[in-house]
Design a protein around this ligand. Structure first.
Ligand code: HEC
Ligand code: HEC
Ligand code: HEC
Ligand code: HEC
Ligand code: HEC
Ligand code: HEC
Ligand code: HEC
Ligand code: HEC
Ligand code: HEC
Ligand code: HEC
Length: 304
């Protein structure tokens, strides 16, 4: 089949000796029968290995993923004659095949222990190598539709009165999540799950866009650092205009400032004191006075 490879124009820049080794026949041979796949392949980032001609055959073109094609071609096709027919592969084998080249891309992702991998969601659940309808990253669908195809209940959260505008295309799931996985972080008590991504220096991804919310402040509101933004915000969407976990602000504050209990979560705000008369609606709008609620460099009570 080496001869067949060389008869295909334009010749791939590989030597016959290299091709013959291990049953590799070269990508040009595949064109004869898989013209549909071939004709789009020049647009694929994986075409680079063919164009450069510098990769060994097992890392070049079609056979870089599907394995050596000699037997397959000799048999005139068939799913079971090609070493890696993805339609027949277990998710773990798909993962291993792709990670054969991409392992280094996921040093920050803990990919083998991600919730997706542990639930048999592999690369080809989200990426379509040959039929991607989007311009970037070979995704199987537009990103939010891709995620909703398995996470249907999340769609409703992004249709709440207030939300991050994911459906409108201003923010993406991957601005806050790494679908490939994530490591536990030092913020949020190190309990971060849900494949929440991190910003530089191991920080909450919210800071990529809301840099001012984390200080540094002389007077910190400890829960911003300790429990993390989710202590007070529902990041997908909420009934509250500021994406708070509660519809009205004082009920949120009183979760922690409830006058009872123990530990750091207790800085009691009594129902009626000279300072806070909670029966007066004015005092229920806590943030009209405590305007620097995330922290302040001027006032320990976050009043300015
Ligand atoms: C980056 C890895 C990769 C490369 C490179 C690659 N393929 Fe594929 N191929 C796949 C995957 C994964 C599938 C399974 C379907 C999918 O996800 O698109 C597939 C499916 C196929 C199919 C089944 C039909 C179809 O359209 O899905 C054929 C035929 C095929 N590939 C041929 C080729 C040929 C020919 C080349 C070289 C031009 C090639 N492949 C290069 C990964 C690859
Ligand atoms: C002589 C024609 C011919 C040539 C040359 C050929 N194929 Fe195929 N290929 C087929 C046929 C026929 C099938 C079977 C399709 C089926 O059963 O649905 C097939 C199936 C495949 C599949 C199965 C995909 C799946 O999961 O269903 C892959 C991958 C594939 N070919 C890759 C290649 C690659 C890579 C090359 C070049 C090294 C190549 N083929 C060369 C005819 C050919
Ligand atoms: C033979 C090595 C190799 C294999 C195997 C391989 N890739 Fe790739 N992949 C590459 C290279 C090289 C690039 C191009 C990187 C660049 O643009 O510099 C790439 C690019 C990509 C991109 C696009 C990245 C971007 O920035 O647009 C995606 C997505 C991708 N690969 C997914 C996969 C998946 C899924 C598999 C398994 C089905 C796979 N790859 C298997 C080498 C490989
Ligand atoms: C749950 C869906 C999902 C799975 C599973 C998945 N990806 Fe991705 N991948 C994405 C999305 C979404 C992006 C785009 C991220 C962005 O916009 O920043 C992406 C981006 C990429 C990129 C380009 C950017 C980067 O991070 O380097 C590569 C390469 C890639 N994926 C390869 C893979 C490989 C290889 C696997 C399997 C080992 C895999 N992906 C599994 C959804 C997924
Ligand atoms: C603005 C940042 C942000 C965006 C955008 C975002 N998420 Fe989240 N998501 C989070 C955070 C933070 C958590 C963890 C919440 C917690 O710990 O209470 C989470 C939790 C989740 C969970 C697990 C908890 C649950 O409610 O089931 C899923 C699944 C999820 N997100 C999917 C998605 C999908 C799908 C998208 C895109 C359509 C998306 N997220 C967009 C920040 C975001
Ligand atoms: C093919 C189906 C599938 C696709 C596509 C998919 N997921 Fe998942 N995802 C799952 C499964 C299954 C789990 C694990 C079970 C669960 O928690 O729902 C999971 C878990 C998660 C979790 C952790 C949930 C938790 O409670 O900790 C997040 C976050 C998440 N996915 C985000 C995404 C994002 C973002 C995308 C799009 C880039 C995406 N998923 C695409 C199937 C999918
Ligand atoms: C990719 C950038 C980006 C990331 C990451 C991000 N946000 Fe946002 N956020 C925005 C934008 C843009 C708006 C403006 C909302 C709009 O008008 O669509 C917003 C609005 C908000 C609002 C409401 C503000 C208002 O006055 O309407 C809150 C609260 C918020 N984000 C919290 C968070 C939290 C918590 C996280 C992390 C879980 C986060 N954001 C991650 C871009 C981002
Ligand atoms: C202790 C509760 C709490 C924590 C923790 C918290 N926030 Fe807030 N945040 C609020 C309240 C309350 C508001 C509404 C302020 C108002 O009514 O004006 C708010 C408003 C916002 C707004 C809207 C713009 C603004 O300044 O009013 C953004 C954006 C925001 N928060 C981001 C974040 C981010 C990012 C984090 C994590 C680094 C975070 N928040 C942590 C309570 C909190
Ligand atoms: C998740 C728990 C939590 C929530 C929700 C919360 N706080 Fe706090 N807050 C704390 C903790 C813990 C401290 C530090 C108390 C201490 O030092 O004893 C604190 C400190 C304060 C202080 C400074 C008190 C002092 O003596 O220095 C003010 C003012 C304050 N919070 C107001 C609010 C307001 C207003 C809200 C609602 C928007 C709110 N907090 C929501 C946990 C919370
Ligand atoms: C009308 C303005 C105003 C409103 C509204 C208000 N506060 Fe205060 N708050 C103050 C002032 C002033 C202080 C004390 C500053 C000082 O002692 O110098 C204070 C102090 C605090 C403290 C520090 C502990 C203490 O009692 O000294 C907490 C906690 C607190 N407020 C929480 C709340 C919460 C929760 C709400 C909403 C239910 C709220 N505040 C509404 C003005 C207000």
């Amino acid at each position: 089949m080496v001869a067949a490879a060389q008869s295909q124009p334009p010749p791939a820049p590989q030597t016959a000796a290299a091709l013959a080794a291990g049953g590799y026949v070269g990508s040009n041979v595949c064109k004869t029968c898989h013209a549909d796949v071939w004709l789009n392949f020049y647009k694929n980032p994986h075409y680079k290995s063919i164009a450069s001609g510098k990769e060994p055959p097992e890392h070049t073109g079609c056979e870089g993923c599907h394995g050596p094609g000699e037997k397959h071609v000799a048999a005139g096709g068939g799913k079971d004659t090609i070493p890696r027919a993805f339609s027949l592969m277990e998710p773990r084998r798909v993962l291993d095949t792709c990670l054969g080249c991409h392992a280094r891309d996921f040093e920050k992702a803990n990919i083998r222990r991600s919730e997706h991998t542990l639930n048999d969601i592999a690369c080809t659940s989200c990426h379509s190598i040959h039929h991607s309808p989007v311009a970037k990253f070979l995704l199987a669908k537009k990103q939010n539709e891709l995620c909703y195809s398995c996470h249907a209940p999340i769609r409703a959260q992004f249709e709440m009165p207030s939300k991050h505008r994911v459906n409108e295309g201003f923010v993406e799931c991957s601005d806050c999540h790494n679908p490939h996985g994530s490591f536990a972080a030092t913020w949020g008590m190190g309990q971060r799950g849900h494949m929440v991504d991190q910003a530089l220096t191991n920080e909450t991804p919210c800071l990529k866009c809301h840099v001012d919310k984390r200080g540094p402040f002389v007077y910190e509101h400890p829960s911003v650092r300790v429990e993390g933004c989710q202590a007070c915000h529902r990041p997908h969407g909420s009934m509250n205009a500021k994406l708070l976990t509660r519809p009205v602000v004082f009920t949120l504050c009183l979760e922690c400032h409830n006058g009872g209990g123990t530990g750091t979560r207790n800085k009691g705000v009594d129902i009626q004191t000279a300072r806070h008369n909670l029966l007066d609606p004015k005092f229920q709008r806590c943030t009209t006075c405590h305007v620097r609620i995330h922290g302040s460099s001027n006032d320990q009570y976050f009043l300015r």
